[in-house]
Design a protein. Structure first.
Length: 340
């Protein structure tokens, strides 16, 4: 988890898009505030108040509310390009000179020990926290031009589950970026939201208050909201954390179906044993980038040792994960395809 709650910065960082030296350190945490107060489901948005409270928008909804190019123009370009990215809190680097390209149409795991900067990397890609140096491009364009192509599923701990809203209302938040600021969701938007709930298996809970849902059901609601956004790139912070086996299987199946539709999923993931089964690409991080590439060639004991520092229990897990990776992965490759 990130070491700091990430403020939403709706304005582009003036340093972004320039190659500053990686040793440039911010003198203090960003304390920018929007003058209007707000309340919402996601605490990142609620604390900084940069989205109108009357509509209950949170960080993921905010990412929809901007212009972007047609999705047909995305073919053949990387989903994410991170160039020389350094992020620091109180002059202590959390990410250091990270340079990586993530391909489109893949399920990509971000793995690394606690404090490695995994959540910080996601929030930096989203523009939710300032960078000391470096820049990010989404589908070969600055984030401000592609926000409507990006969906975000935050950690469950960052969400105010006591916010008075039902499951359908949360999923409808994913439609606000398509509607603009002053239009209410219509019949078509409600149908999309209900189909999204059906896809994750909880359509019968549409009218249930989110505070009355189990942890696994809450995670399904946020996945349904991401589906309702109809984005091209989904960034997910520990989507399998704290869920039961049935919910995890449901989420994996939905994510694989999204990938088959050409969507790109980038997820922080902690279970090393399941990584080769669920994902086809991996980014290994420990403040610095250790390795990134196809899971078969990158998720190796040597790279795991470099990432985690040679801890015995993790290396044992890695050995088991690699044994699983050598088996045919029908789920991961998709029907009728060989392992990638």
């Amino acid at each position: 988890m990130s070491q700091q709650s990430a403020p939403i910065d709706p304005k582009p960082n003036p340093q972004r898009g320039q190659r500053a030296g990686p040793r440039a350190m911010p003198s203090q945490r960003s304390n920018d505030r929007h003058p209007q107060a707000t309340t919402g489901v996601d605490r990142d948005a609620a604390r900084t108040g940069d989205i109108a409270s009357a509509r209950g928008l949170d960080a993921a909804g905010a990412l929809e509310a901007t212009e972007g190019g047609p999705k047909g123009q995305l073919e053949g370009v990387p989903a994410v390009e991170v160039h020389d990215l350094t992020v620091a809190y109180d002059r202590k680097p959390v990410l250091w000179n990270v340079d990586v390209t993530l391909p489109a149409g893949r399920m990509i795991a971000i793995v690394g020990p606690n404090g490695a900067g995994k959540s910080t990397l996601l929030k930096s890609i989203l523009g939710l926290i300032p960078a000391a140096s470096g820049y990010v491009r989404i589908f070969d364009k600055p984030l401000r031009q592609t926000r409507d192509l990006v969906g975000y599923v935050p950690q469950r701990e960052s969400v105010d589950w006591d916010f008075p809203i039902d499951a359908l209302g949360v999923v409808l938040m994913g439609r606000y970026g398509k509607l603009g600021w002053f239009r209410r969701p219509g019949k078509a938007d409600r149908q999309i939201a209900m189909r999204s709930l059906e896809q994750v298996g909880i359509a019968d809970l549409a009218s249930r208050q989110i505070s009355q849902l189990s942890g696994g059901q809450q995670q399904r609601v946020f996945l349904a909201r991401a589906l309702a956004q109809d984005a091209a790139l989904y960034l997910m912070d520990e989507p399998f954390a704290g869920v039961d086996a049935a919910t995890e299987r449901t989420i994996v199946d939905v994510l694989h179906a999204m990938r088959e539709q050409g969507k790109t999923i980038v997820a922080v993931h902690h279970d090393l044993q399941s990584a080769p089964q669920y994902f086809d690409h991996v980014l290994m991080l420990n403040v610095r980038l250790v390795a990134a590439g196809p899971i078969e060639t990158t998720f190796t004991p040597e790279n795991l040792r470099r990432t985690y520092g040679g801890r015995l229990n993790l290396l044992e897990q890695a050995g088991e994960a690699m044994r699983l990776a050598t088996k045919p992965q029908v789920d991961r490759a998709g029907p009728g395809k060989g392992a990638r």
